[in-house]
Each structure stands twice: as C-alpha cells, then as structure tokens.
Ligand binder design. Sequence first.
Ligand code: SF4
Ligand code: SF4
Length: 412
Amino acid sequence: MTWPSNQPPKPGLTAEDIARLNEKFAQSDAALGIEVSPEFRPFEQRNDIFTRAFWDEEVSSDDTLGFFKSYRMKFATRRGAGFSQKDFALRNASWAVSDILSSRGGEEGKREGFQAPIDYDTPVANDKVPVEDAGQEAEEIKRLAKLFGADLVGITEVDERWHYSSRVDTRDFTSAPNDLPDGITHVIVMGHAMDPDLVDTYPSALAGASTGLEYSHETQIVIQLSTYIRNLGYEAVGSMNDTALVIPYAVKAGLGEYGRNQMVITPEFGPRIRFSKIFTSLPLQVDEPKPLGIKQYCEICTRCAGACPPRALPFGAPDSVAHNRSTLSGVKKWSADCEKCFGYWAKLKTDCAICMRVCPFNRRYDGWVDRVFRALATGPYRKLALWWQERRGAPARLKAQDWWAKIRAGGG
Ligand code: SF4
Ligand code: SF4
C-alpha cells in the first residue's frame, strides 16, 4: 500500500475483533488496571475535547476561542502574576518547534503530530539492514532514543483497540482515514520529562511552557529516530497526539501506571512527563507492563480530585461512566469529565495541570526522602505514606514572580 492512502475511513473494529483483542491482551489489560468490555469501540478523534471545540456548539464558546487565540497573542493578557505578556510569550515560544510541524499539511486537512501522523520526509531505504536479534535491536533503539533526547523508552506490540477509528480532516472537522503503512507491528513509546520548577507554577501561562517545551523536544526526537529506522529499511511513522491514545501504550510498554489524575505515573518522574510514539515494522523485543503499586496508592488517595477546581476528576473507584462523548466508553477506569476540565483551561487561557503538580509522586527523586516515599507508597506501608502526605499537605504553588527572579539571578 502507498502511504498515506486516500481511502474512506475503514469500517473499524468489529465486535469479533474486540473480543479477539480483549482475549489476546487480557494479561496486559489486567496489568494496566483496566477492564475492556465487549461493547467497547475505538475512539473517534473528532470527539476529543480540543477538536470538539471547533465543531461542537456544546463546547465552543468565546472562552475556548480565546484559549486558542492566546497561542498567537491575539487577546489581552491578564494582569495577574503568571498570566502577563511575558509569561504567555515564554509559553508560546516553548511551543514554536512543535507549531512548525503542526502547521504542515493544512491544505490536505492535516495537522501533523496532532490530527495526523508525521509524514515521511525521507523514504524507507530499499535495502534492509537484517535484524538477527530482536532483543539486541530493542536495546540499541532505546539507547539511540536517549541519545536523541528521550528520558524513558519502552516497546510494545500494536494494539488496534487504542487507535482512533478515524482521524480529523482539519479543513471541515469531519472524519478522515486513520491508516498506517502495511506491516507495522511494534510501537516505540518515549517519555519526555517536564521541567519541575515550571510545573510547580501550575496553574499559570508560565507553567504552560513546561508542556510546550516537551512537545517541541518530542517533535525533534520522534522525527530523528523515525528517520533513522526508515534509513535501516523499515517503516517508521512518528506520532505525537495523533493516530492512537498514548496512555495505554505507555503503560503496556512498561513505563508507568495509570493514576486517578488520568496520567501515567512513572517511578522516575511521577506524572511529570509527556509521551510520544513511533509505529514501526522493525523487529523488536517487547517490554511487559510493570505493576508498580501506584494504582493501589491512588485507590486510597484523592488529592488530585480534591484539588481540581472544576471537580472534573473522580473520587470513587474506577467505573465505566461516560460523562459525555469525549469519554472513552466501554472501559472501566478512572475518567475525567473533559468538558469541565477544558472549560477551566479555556477560562485560564492556558493548560491547567494542578492535578499533576499536587500529586505526591511529582518529585525530583534526587534525595532519600523522595525515594523513601516511593518505596512506602508502592508497598504494603502505603497507608503510612498517605498519612505522612496528609500531614505534610500538598506543596505550595511556586509563585511566577519567584520563578522569574530565579532566572534573573541566573539560577533557572
Ligand atoms: S494525587 Fe493521589 S490519587 Fe491523584 S494521581 Fe496522585 S497519587 Fe493518585
Ligand atoms: S487539568 Fe486542572 S481542571 Fe483538568 S482535571 Fe486536572 S486539575 Fe482538573
């Protein structure tokens, strides 16, 4: 098949396909801490909350319009600390590399890295470098990913349940084909750690720089590693938020566990990390999901839900409640009400990650106190860790003016 093809959207996975995949991946679903029902169907990308803001009157408003305009400075900044022109300027600059990529392909209805995978800049080499040992190849790929700048790397099999049933044509926000080249078998998942000091300033436009920076970093890393693999003679499609849900893939690749705050919590950086992926035909040994004990801690902790201003996060046990069309239905898990969450972002004119900042796993892990907390929280003494965290309370937000003062003093 020539990729990208120009075919109408595929009919999608049938009930039989879902049953087969549920059986095939039953063990990894259990490790993921989710239950996928036979009624589950893959998610249509046009229903994600950011895309809905462009076509769904139930979501779009002056606030959501202002949110998107703020990334081009087409609005009046607020006066409060963390929301000044300088704060927005730094946030928008941090996104600049990612923005260059996502502005490609607009005339074809694509927004690469977000509503379409990254197109090939270089072709697949005619000759293949033979792979004799998939384990050795996987180790080498992981080291190269780190050479290009990734902080974490894991590898897993393709699991089509997590691929969007269709992507979005950004010209009119209708559904478009979400296909990949033939022969794709594996997914390389990379983690990109966010700057801890900037994250400490959430919620603020300044903090949004920690998100934009990692989108820009992952743009570079994904393009470089996928180009390397294509030069070896194998398919390699670079992907950021497009094509498939990255959270199940990151957990399947053994990088962390799914938390109440809807994030993958990693042992190295807690929830302070973003993920990208590469779909490839390169033969690679896969990693297994690693149950770490974080889900059990989330079962007794509700700090993120309590700190969420619009009360978008659940306090109870994982369930299959579909809040609205932006919820992935048919999966028993912790789910946010994305309409409430994005409504709050739109008011702020920037992303909010209070639920990331206040999570007790959001630590530097460079001192013994952090490591003792992690050991206690993920083992049989988790209640002791919870008691300790409740006594300590959530760390205070770092004031934006203090962050800028540190930069001026040369300590950033
Ligand atoms: S704040 Fe508590 S409940 Fe929320 S994700 Fe972190 S550990 Fe889990
Ligand atoms: S990002 Fe903010 S609004 Fe959304 S769930 Fe987290 S705390 Fe709530």
